[in-house]
Design a protein around this ligand. Structure first.
Ligand code: PLP
Length: 385
């Protein structure tokens, strides 16, 4: 095994962009956001997000996972219902279906955008289907035109998991404005961060009222007397986190421009290499490239884990492409189904061979060059397996 390149600095796969401004606002929140001003930073952050995404309502949450849980609960989904979502995504996209006692129905993704296949969605609809979850994977956008048409035709709820896609655009509309409800994640690796954190957004007044009640232990609107009339959840974000979010949103255009520039540096070096697929940007889409992703053909002789190990020896961190959830043990004790049956797997390459390359803030073009030189060198030598 090669020795790690110790003389060169280690390149992390993700890193946030944190300035004095984040520190200043977090300090201000810690010192002032109490009593009547307890949620003042949350209100500012929510209004900045709603305005940026182009929706009427936004609620700040502990994480995107709670947002998906709330979306399903607000739509009244429960035992006996089915919810269709992609087989390849982070588990948080699909786990909340099990939280509400409904059945996740896993369908295939498209081989180019790595997002849910609308034909597979249509084929999976049954009288029990109550919702579709589309995931904007790594900043790519689902085919929201097709998904919207299917949801409207079958009168089912369309949920957008835009956890990874803040700043992406489909047909002039921002990620987060395409579902009936949508969620964002502000985990430390994401496009903007509050440490941990999330947001749910919607244009629907009734759904938003329901979300507000469900995330506050079932208190009726305006309740000041602790007269809860149902058992629900407590999903709120702290003011110090919200202050970080305000500081991040003040620079959102610069942050998205950086992500697109970073992808451009990778594309210049890897885009022409035969047999390596990068994130797609089809017509109608502007991709905010949360994570630069490379999928080498299997003919290179590497899978994602051997590639990661080899890159680590070059002092470069990476992440494996998400695995098929139906290949994991996680859902084995939960009701679930896969439709259509697991024969159509045109898109198996990405979950087998794909990796996310360093995509954090603060990387310069020389660093991207180092990553690409290493990757091409590794791919020119078959893995020792
Ligand atoms: C596609 C997707 N959905 C949902 C989530 C959940 O986000 P959180 O960690 O904020 O709950 C993530 C987070 O990594 C994600 O990548």
């Amino acid at each position: 095994m090669n020795k790690p390149a110790r003389s060169l600095p280690f390149i992390p796969v993700a890193a946030p962009s944190i300035t004095e401004r984040e520190g200043e606002l977090a300090r201000e929140a810690a010192l002032t956001a109490w009593g009547p001003g307890h949620y003042a930073f949350n209100a500012r952050f929510e209004s900045m997000m709603a305005q940026y995404v182009g929706v009427n309502h936004a609620a700040s949450l502990p994480h995107a996972t709670s947002g998906l849980h709330l979306a399903l609960a607000a739509a009244g989904i429960g035992p006996g219902d089915e919810v269709i979502g992609p087989d390849v995504t982070w588990i948080a996209s699909m786990a909340p279906i099990s939280y509400v006692g409904a059945k996740p129905v896993f369908v295939d993704i498209l081989p180019d955008t790595w997002c849910i296949d609308p034909d597979a969605v249509e084929a999976a609809i049954t009288p029990r289907t109550k919702a579709i979850i589309g995931v904007d994977l790594y900043g790519s956008m689902c085919d929201w035109q097709r998904l919207r048409a299917i949801a409207d035709r079958f009168k089912i709820v369309l949920i957008e998991d835009s956890a990874e896609a803040l700043g992406s655009i489909f047909d002039g509309k921002k990620a987060g404005s395409l579902g009936d409800m949508a969620v964002f994640s502000f985990h430390g690796s994401k496009t903007i961060t509050t440490g941990e954190g999330g947001m749910i957004v919607t244009n629907d007044d009734d759904l938003f009222a329901r979300i507000q009640k469900l995330r506050d232990h079932g208190r009726p609107p305006g309740d000041r007397f602790f007269q809860n009339d149902e058992v629900a959840f407590k999903y709120k974000m702290s003011s110090v986190q919200a202050a970080l979010g305000v500081a991040q949103m003040e620079r959102i255009e610069t942050l998205i421009a950086y992500k697109r520039q970073l992808f451009g540096w990778y594309r210049d070096r890897l885009g022409y290499v035969d047999g390596i697929q990068l994130n797609a940007e089809p017509d109608l889409v502007s991709n905010s490239y949360w994570m630069v992703t490379a999928v080498p053909e299997s003919s290179f002789g590497h899978d994602k884990f051997s590639l990661q190990a080899a890159l680590r020896n070059h002092g470069i961190d990476s992440r494996p492409f998400f695995s098929r959830l139906t290949n994991l043990g996680a859902f084995k004790d939960h009701p679930q189904s896969v439709r259509p049956p697991l024969c159509k797997r045109s898109s198996d390459l990405a979950p087998t061979c794909g990796i996310n390359l360093p995509s954090g803030y603060g990387l310069d073009e020389n660093t991207v060059d180092r990553v690409c030189v290493s990757l091409k060198k590794i791919l020119s030598t078959p893995a020792l397996v």
